[in-house]
Design a protein around this ligand. Structure first.
Ligand code: ADP
Length: 190
């Protein structure tokens, strides 16, 4: 399997690039943010719980996120590989993911981080908020909180995989095609 983590702050372009990578490398795309929004759209109990955190710019608790992720992976055996987008966002999530993949006889091949400065991502998210319909994209205080959560809880995930020589940083500024080219080059050299 080819298992990749697409990493980077909110608004760094993970979703856009994931869609292109999925096509090129024939991978299954798992976005925990999309999964939560699907649950919210269906007014499930899980959706309501997730929304209470997302609207505050906070991470959804690990126990909830990990069990949802585990089920999605276990429900899709036999895929060529998986691109994880927006997961893992804490070291506990990374450890749970490593364990889950080890049980399946596989592992993470690499983590590619899109490097985009804070002021640029705030602008991108506000712009996206004009059309995304996402309440967490419209409020500057919520965006700031998401960036704080990323800096405090999520950046250690980069170091977790760096310990195994698996983390790479990619310049996330430029055109969608330029960034895609850089990502493919990094992945092809794994
Ligand atoms: P973005 O990367 O722009 O923040 P996402 O769709 O990945 O967008 O995430 C939106 C929100 O969903 C996050 O702010 C968080 O509240 C929640 N979320 C998504 N993935 C996770 C995760 N792995 N762990 C905890 N919360 C998550």
């Amino acid at each position: 399997m080819l298992n990749l983590i697409l990493f980077g702050p909110p608004g760094s372009g993970k979703g856009t690039q994931a869609a292109k990578l999925v096509e090129k490398y024939n991978l299954m795309h798992i976005s925990t943010g999309d999964m939560f929004r699907y649950e919210i759209g269906n007014s499930t109990e899980l959706g309501q719980l997730a929304k209470s955190y997302m609207d505050q710019g906070q991470l959804v608790p690990d126990s909830v996120t990990i069990s949802m992720l585990r089920k999605r992976v276990e429900d899709n055996p036999g895929v060529a590989g998986i691109i994880f987008d927006g997961f893992p966002r804490t070291v506990a999530q990374a450890e749970a993911l490593d364990e889950l993949l080890a049980d399946m006889g596989t592992s993470i091949n690499g983590l590619v981080a899109l490097d985009v400065p804070d002021d640029e991502i705030t602008q991108r998210i506000l712009l996206r908020g004009q059309s995304s319909g996402r309440s967490d994209d419209n409020d500057e205080a919520t965006i700031r909180k998401r960036i704080d959560e990323y800096n405090n809880k999520t950046t250690p995930v980069f170091d977790h995989y760096a310990k195994y020589g698996k983390s790479m940083k990619i310049n996330g500024l430029g055109s969608i095609e330029d960034i895609f080219g850089r990502l493919c080059e990094a992945i092809d050299n794994l």
